[in-house]
Design a protein around this ligand. Sequence first.
Ligand code: SOE
Length: 403
Amino acid sequence: MESTVARKPRLGIGMVGYAFMGAVHSQGWRTVGRVFDLPFEPHLAAVCGRNRQAARAAADKLGWASAETDWRDLIRRDDIDLVDICTPGESHAEIAIAALDAGKHVLCEKPLANTVEEAEAMAAAAARSPGRIAMVGFNYRRTPALSLAHGLIAAGRLGTLRHIRLTYLQDWLVDPDFPLTWRLRRESAGSGALGDLGSHIVDLAQHLAGEPLAGVTALTTTFIAERPLLTAVPAGLTGSPRGDRGKVTVDDAALFTGRFPSGALASFEATRFAHGRKNALRIEINGEDGSLTFDLERLNELHFFDGTAPGAEAGFRRILVTEPDHPYLAAWWPPGHGLGYEHTFVHQARDLVQAVADGTQPSPSFADGLQVQRVLTAIEESAAKDCVYTPVSPCGKREGRAS
Ligand code: SOE
């Protein structure tokens, strides 16, 4: 029987890359039109990867209508309106610039690029493409609890912000025999925990604070200098059976502090060496009138301390962010039924499709991605100076730098 629902115009999506991020983006594209009422119906037109067989298999598994083996062919296709880039950072700039110059909208995974120069070129390409949307995939902004937090801070419920504290902890690199994948090589990933996890928390801090960081100071380190060379394609992630090892050329952990123009102080930690922490993105914000805390491992909750409440009633209140009044929630399940990691990508797709229809640039734009890239570079420059001081001596005189 024919469907009685009038067909909406299609928005053809072409995605480059189909590993972890490609799979979760695919889920977003597949789901978004079935949950949100959008002006366009996203059509998963083609997925692209270098290996023909693997790209075809990914298309079948992830729900794409066809497969391409060269991203240039994908960009040339008339049925593709939006190019979604889910490749390692080394190819972001080339693909994004070519796609924008070909008149496509672009969604690019974070961090925007591997270098400030690449990010500048991408932001310039976006700026010379009026009417084209260029968005960077800082998906966590679209966690309902963090959208709520953003709204509360913007409405002044915390008053002037004093402290912004963020940590992003994972543990998938604790094993020294974990192989040397692309995320551990500077030429493919740009940086390590800093770009992978630190970029998320820099973006979130600035988004929540409503202003860019004015300056940073940092320490980074690489705990495991060499790892087994990767011998199999990523699916297996096997290290060299002969024990050949290669150099890790990125940071394993980054600690940094920052100052906002308003005077708020920020602290950050990004590591993939925190045993037991799986995807622990934690935030605490203290303002003159209250505090907020969030933990991605409990992403349906936001904790709010209202410092203006009568003293006897004061205490952190757990807000269960599962109700129709909460951002994005009205479109999902009946009240009380929570969401998860993948829903942030559905929300990202929703806001992007709506922006295409409205002709407005959604945030985070490529200009926002470039600004984060500049912060990441400032962090690396500060860390390279290794500016660590020994404790001040009893007479108050600085004893000099630690070696
Ligand atoms: C891996 O560390 C990773 O997948 C990041 O690259 C993502 O951006 C983050 O959302 C989860 O962890």
